[in-house]
Design a protein around this ligand. Structure first.
Ligand code: PRP
Length: 177
């Protein structure tokens, strides 16, 4: 494929590697939250495949909710100004919240979300991101669960898009423009 959508470049994380790591993260989460109930919050749209695979392997009772946000900025860089397109359906006060992202790039989206969610007084709030890029170190709060640290390249697949394409790939690849 070519043109505005670019094309699929080298594979950075294979389907097998992704699935094996997700099983490991689910085991860690299950152990850490033993005896508690979890509220898993996914950030649309990129996190949908990760969250679906993750929660089906977590052994503690889970509820799911979603937020949709849009960050103003260019196609490849977020600006840190975030608009909530869809808020949570349920209150999170007193709940153990695990915020699930597909990727932390500049960390700006998550910084905003963390502040916003913390103000709603959850019992606990932790971050789980399948992928991180070097910018995530800017986050004031540590990311408790990380799948893979990636270099600063544009990645597609397993929920991540370029101009809404490529989300359905079962692996993570570099976008070739
Ligand atoms: C991606 C990703 C994060 C954000 C990370 O979402 O899912 O929410 O960008 O970038 P940052 O750390 O630089 O703020 P995107 O805006 O591409 O929306 P999508 O998930 O619907 O594709």
């Amino acid at each position: 494929m070519s043109g505005d959508y670019g094309s699929i470049g080298r594979t950075l994380v294979s389907e097998e590697e992704l699935q094996a790591r997700i099983t490991e993260i689910a085991a860690e989460v299950s152990a850490d939250y033993e005896g508690r109930e979890l509220l898993v919050i996914g950030v649309l749209k990129g996190a949908i495949f990760f969250i679906a695979d993750l929660v089906r392997r977590i052994s503690v009772p889970c509820e799911l909710d979603f937020m949709a946000v849009s960050s103003y900025g260019s196609a490849t860089h977020s600006s840190g100004v975030v608009r909530i397109l869809k808020d949570l359906d349920i209150p999170i006060a007193g709940r153990h919240v695990l915020l699930v992202e597909d990727v932390i790039d500049s960390g700006l989206t998550l910084s905003y979300l963390l502040k916003n969610l913390a103000s709603r007084k959850p019992a606990s709030l932790e971050i789980c991101s399948l992928l991180t890029k070097p910018g995530h170190k800017r986050l004031k709060m540590p990311t408790r669960y990380i799948g893979f640290d990636l270099p600063d390249v544009f990645v597609i697949g397993y929920g991540l898009d370029h101009a809404e394409r490529y989300r359905e790939l079962p692996y993570i690849a570099e976008l070739e423009l």
